[in-house]
Design a protein around this ligand. Structure first.
Ligand SMILES: [Cu+2]
Length: 130
């Protein structure tokens, strides 16, 4: 497997947590469509879709019943906080270490918005469940 250098730490952890996803060689993320669906990088200060490179908001579309995983790529206090209706899921606690992860499974179609409980509107994302 190959990894782009910037995402190595987060990707390794995300892959470990998710049971492994083979990324295509050569282009890495390639700026869109190259990464696993449902993986989101938590950085300072952003949410970033591994799948399509959208950021603040990170916008991810998943199938109902799929799992979203956020992975901290650096030390820094952040959380996942639901901001919309329907409520996304349980909110995470504030975590602050590179390599921390948080996952939820969303079973009901809808659009779920979230932010960081520490940084508010500076860190946002949206998950569309189909
Ligand atoms: Cu934050």
């Amino acid at each position: 497997m190959r990894y782009t250098t910037w995402m190595t730490a987060a990707a390794l952890l995300a892959l470990a947590a998710c049971g492994g996803v083979t990324s295509p060689g050569g282009g890495g993320g390639g700026g869109g469509g190259g990464g696993p669906v449902g993986d989101i990088t938590v950085g300072n200060i952003f949410f970033w879709s591994v799948h399509n490179s959208t950021q603040n908001p990170a916008v991810d579309t998943i199938a109902a019943g799929s799992t979203i995983t956020w992975a901290w790529n650096a030390d820094g206090s952040h959380s996942i906080r639901s901001t919309g209706t329907p409520a996304i899921f349980r909110n995470s606690v504030v975590m602050g270490n590179a390599g921390d992860t948080y996952s939820v499974t969303l079973n009901t179609p809808g659009t779920y918005t979230y932010d960081c409980g520490v940084h508010g509107s500076a860190m946002t994302g949206r998950i569309v469940v189909q």
